[in-house]
Design a protein around this ligand. Structure first.
Ligand SMILES: Cc1cc2nc3c(=O)[nH]c(=O)nc-3n(C[C@H](O)[C@H](O)[C@H](O)COP(=O)(O)OP(=O)(O)OC[C@H]3O[C@@H](n4cnc5c(N)ncnc54)[C@H](O)[C@@H]3O)c2cc1C
Length: 398
């Protein structure tokens, strides 16, 4: 169910397993996705699909200084390529892998389980039956049951692809996080910290996005827009032409789904967004083949498996104990970060990117095995300034 990146990733892999698949989605799968997806190039290289990138930057930096010194002195060079998917190429590549399956352009309204079979009732009045339904309808899915752990922290961002009176970032540069706060007043600095995510698209076109990593309640789009304009104005820059505006809002710490339910999920609906970074597409590409293989094997070994037992197999593959524990560590980290004020946050990230590349990139991609992740987190704690250590230990509270 769905036609976003999660649905197409898992459908493409299920088709490779020769299973009988239908995809049910509110809109045709060829409709362009509304979001642009970024990823560290190495994540795609390790899968051999880096050709899906439409843009790639070698000059990747962040700024964690206070903004009052020489700009060059304040930059943290990542020395790690970052890219943006060529959206239509990515979508086309997945759709090609999906060839042969049937598409149902329908909106699911109700899902129920009857005699081991799943029944999906759509707004058209049509009903579909399946051995297993995988809900890939995004983080707002009303069908996936999950515990209520209180308020959800959301990542929010307001971005503009456009032309500017002068370049907002250096030529051929990608800025992961510009946290320099020198455009804000003392009072504004007390508000939740936000940073600039920006890139040069060449031909005088740039993407600039003011972002709040995670906050509950989320930082509003109007506040982010105001901050973006202030940040640019401080450098004497104005927006000359808006080509596209991006309004971004998604949950960072959605509780893990109830893994005893007979409905399986994948993507945003399965809480697969990385709780410390907000990235997910790399995880979809890495985890879809394993999930598809596990389901195919379960069906081959034991053909009469019903929805409940097949979903159980799927949940076990999607959220094994190792990944659950890693997820908990990331959620713990995010909770701490959300309690940091902007000075502490800048200090934290400055230290984080002093870790060896394989450590920080593995942390961000969620590819470090649990023991290694614990070592990296301990190493980060050890090299952090005392104030950050106290913050991480939960002793410093705003
Ligand atoms: C603006 C934005 C930018 C992001 N940028 C990045 C990024 O750079 N890198 C990254 O890794 N992650 C990024 N994310 C996070 C995450 O990867 C995205 O949210 C991603 O789109 C989630 O994919 P999904 O397929 O799970 O859900 P969605 O993309 O939300 O797709 C859900 C699909 O289900 C369909 N659907 C919904 N309800 C029903 C229903 N009842 N019946 C049938 N069909 C239904 C929808 O029409 C849609 O096709 C971003 C998120 C946002 C919002």
């Amino acid at each position: 169910m769905g036609a976003g990146p999660a649905a197409l990733c898992i459908a493409a892999e299920l088709v490779q397993q020769d299973l009988n698949i239908s995809v049910l989605a509110s809109h045709p799968p060829t409709k362009p996705w509304p979001n642009t997806y970024g990823i560290w190039a190495e994540e795609l290289e390790s899968l051999g699909i880096e050709s899906l990138l439409g843009h790639r930057w070698q000059d990747t930096v962040s700024y964690f200084g206070d903004g009052n010194g020489v700009p060059g002195n304040q930059s943290t060079k990542h020395n790690f390529d970052y890219g943006l998917f060529d959206q239509s190429l990515f979508q086309k590549a997945l759709l090609e892998k999906c060839s042969g399956l049937s598409w149902l352009i329908e909106t699911a309204e109700e899902i129920s389980f009857l005699n081991g079979i799943t029944e999906v009732i759509c707004s058209s009045g049509n009903t579909y039956l399946a051995r297993l339904v995988i809900d890939a309808s995004g983080h707002r899915s009303p069908f996936v049951k999950r515990p209520d752990h209180g308020p959800i922290a959301q990542q929010s961002a307001y971005g503009v692809v456009g032309k500017f009176t002068s370049p907002p970032v250096e030529k051929d540069q990608f800025v992961l996080m510009d946290f320099r706060p020198n455009h804000l007043s003392v009072d504004e600095l007390k508000d939740p910290p936000t940073f600039l995510y920006a890139m040069d698209f060449s031909n005088q076109i740039f993407f600039v996005e003011e972002t709040s990593l995670a906050y509950s309640p989320p930082v509003s789009w109007s506040k982010l827009k105001e901050r973006l304009i202030l940040r640019l104005a401080k450098k004497g820059i104005e927006i000359e032409e808006i080509i596209h505006e991006e309004y971004c809002l998604f949950p960072m710490n959605l509780p893990l789904p109830d893994r005893t339910q007979s409905l399986l999920a994948f993507g945003g609906s399965a809480s697969m967004v990385h709780p410390a970074s907000g990235y997910m597409v790399g995880a979809l590409l890495r985890r879809a083949p394993k999930l598809a293989k596990r389901l195919a094997k379960s069906i081959a070994v034991n053909p009469p498996l019903d929805s409940a037992r097949l979903a159980k197999e799927g949940w076990a593959e999607l959220w094994p104990m190792e990944l659950i524990q890693r997820h908990r560590l990331y959620q713990f980290g995010l909770k701490r970060l959300m309690s940091f004020d902007e000075t502490l946050l800048r200090s934290f990230f400055k230290t984080f990117f002093k870790l060896p590349i394989e450590d920080w990139s593995g942390f961000l991609a969620n590819t470090l095995p649990l023991p290694k992740l614990i070592v990296v987190m301990l190493r980060l704690f050890t090299i952090s300034p005392t104030k950050v250590k106290l913050g991480m230990a939960g002793i410093l509270k705003k």
